[in-house]
Design a binder for this molecule. Structure first.
Ligand code: NAD
Ligand code: UDX
Length: 480
């Protein structure tokens, strides 16, 4: 029986390995992590992450050919194939701080592999890493060689949170990069055989190591660039009376452009886009390509601009002050169908409003109060350095209350902001909400989940990203 060990039981390691175990009953899969609480949760009924379809999948193979363990060294030493799926956050200090990927977690995993391995291993980069990381990993492993042969492969993950299980079951492509040597090609074949259990052969792309590593950063940069492009257009729509939904539809009808990923929003969030683009920018700078670096930097700048624009719109609409006013925040996760808040635009918007002394009442169906308070107390870039690896005692933000119902959040609020496109927000009784708010009552829809015309019919002053403004908002222009 082939033995797979995955180091890192996070948003990627957990779902990815559950799918491999489910699709490959002939393979034993063990997911290991240094976090005792995460592994305990993976072994319980309350999984550490919320992802549609994940519970049933884990239950179907846990204890059969899928295991979760903190005995990292034992399972690494026994494995034939080792996936490394640890976090690779943005560095917070030292050389490249605020841009470069922090490979400390990766390096410690590689050193541990070198320490405990007694048989040949295929070591797979599942984490998103800077191009050429495989070379560094190879050095760590081979310089500690005790007669063990290592083959390093790059197999970046393209799943998106909220749709991870579907993405893993039917990937657009699986990318495998390896050395162009006979040993490298053999390792590629071994990994290809795993995916071939359910992925059609034409969807498994094999490249050299550096192409695979760079393709992951490139794919995320292209995706994020589309969102910044549509968001930049949304500002122009508001200035001119065009409607971004109509513009996106018309643009996306061109088959060369396509309709996906053209939804204007308050800004993209999530643990990947910003981190990976910053990393790409840093790599370009290190390779003497400042023009290329500046080109990609602009994607992040437009995203920051969009979040600031949203906050400014709220404050300026409400007579240029939200001091002491209750504002309801519906949704805190960075997108629907996940409880993940890493780099969620809600953090920046909430911090912007708190800076203007608003009192926030926050509701999200999947995010805990503890998480929200921690996020709002955290410094930039600390978010993806897991709390269990970097203990800290967050001081709760006093102007924030977290409630478990959208109506409760809205009661007595001067304004209501939709920050995540949870389906349930589409079906709320907005008339009931309107009646519970002081007047004028405002809705700021950061995800375009509601029809602003319908909200205006109820009596709200409604703002939606990139949609024609109502007269109130035209009279109170937001300073960008
Ligand atoms: P995560 O923070 O959820 O999980 C990483 C896990 O690795 C943590 O539980 C941590 O405790 C563990 N870990 C760190 N160092 C370790 C070590 N030395 N030994 C054992 N365990 C260790 O991160 P994630 O969201 O799963 O992302 C992992 C990687 O995958 C990142 O590089 C990310 O960029 C990439 N990625 C993420 C997504 C996504 O949607 N989250 C998608 C594609 C790629
Ligand atoms: C992303 C990539 O899509 C995935 O391939 C990669 O493996 C990890 O990073 P993820 O961050 O989980 O996945 O979610 P995604 O669906 O890409 O959304 C990212 C952010 O962009 C979210 O905040 C989402 O709301 C926003 N978004 C997405 C928009 O604002 N408009 C869109 O049209 C699409």
């Amino acid at each position: 029986m082939v033995k797979i060990c995955c180091i890192g039981a996070g948003y990627v390691g957990g779902p990815t390995m559950a799918v491999i175990a489910h699709k490959c009953p002939d393979i034993k899969v063990v997911v290991v992590d240094i976090s005792v609480s995460r592994i305990t949760a993976w072994n319980s009924d309350q999984l550490p992450i919320y992802e549609p379809g994940l519970d049933d999948l884990v239950k179907s193979c846990r204890g059969k050919n899928l295991f979760f363990s903190t005995d990292v060294e034992k399972h690494v030493s026994e494995a034939d194939i080792i996936f490394v799926s640890v976090n690779t956050p943005t560095k917070t200090r030292g050389l490249g701080a605020g841009k470069a990927a922090d490979l400390a977690y990766w390096e410690s995993a590689a050193r541990m592999i070198a320490d405990v391995s007694k048989s040949d291993k295929i070591v797979i980069e599942k984490s998103t890493v800077p191009v050429k990381t495989a070379e560094a990993i190879e050095k760590i492993l081979t310089h500690n060689n005790k007669g063990v042969n290592y083959q390093i492969l790059s197999n970046p993950e393209f799943l998106a949170e909220g749709t991870a299980i579907n993405d893993l079951f039917a990937p657009d492509r699986v990318l495998i990069g390896g050395r162009e040597t006979p040993e490298g090609q053999r390792a590629i074949k071994a990994l290809k055989d795993v995916y071939a259990h359910w992925v059609p052969e034409e969807r498994i792309l094999c490249t050299n190591l550096w192409s695979a590593e760079l393709s992951k950063l490139a794919a995320n940069a292209f995706l994020a660039q589309r969102i910044s492009s549509v968001n930049a257009m949304s500002a122009l729509c508001e200035a001119t009376g065009a409607d971004i939904t109509q513009v996106s539809h018309a643009v996306g009808k061109d088959t060369r452009i396509g309709h996906k990923f053209l939804n204007a929003s308050v800004g993209f969030g999530g643990s990947c886009f910003q981190k990976d683009i910053l990393n790409l920018v840093y790599i370009c700078e290190c390779n003497g390509l400042p023009e290329v670096a500046n080109y990609w930097k602009q994607v992040i700048k437009v995203n920051d601009y969009q979040k600031n624009r949203f906050v400014n719109r709220i404050v300026s609409s409400m007579f240029n002050t939200v001091s002491g006013k209750k504002i309801a925040i519906l949704g805190f996760a960075f997108k629907k169908d996940t409880g993940d808040t890493r780099e969620t635009p809600a953090i920046d918007v909430c911090k912007g409003l708190l800076g203007d002394k608003a009192n926030l009442s926050i509701y999200d169906p999947q995010v805990t109060e503890e998480q929200i308070q921690r996020d709002l107390s955290m410094n930039k870039f600390d978010w993806d350095h897991p709390v269990h690896l970097q203990p800290m005692s967050p001081s709760s933000v006093k102007q924030v209350s977290v409630v478990w119902d959208a109506y409760e959040a809205a009661k007595g609020a001067h304004g209501l902001c939709i920050m995540t496109e949870w389906d349930e927000f589409k079906n709320l009784d907005y008339k009931k909400i309107y009646d519970s708010m002081p007047k004028p009552a405002f809705v700021f829809d950061g995800r375009n989940v509601m029809d602003p015309k319908k909200l205006r019919e109820i009596g709200f002053i409604a703002y939606s990203i990139g949609k024609p403004l109502d007269s109130w908002l035209k009279d109170m222009p937001a300073v960008a």
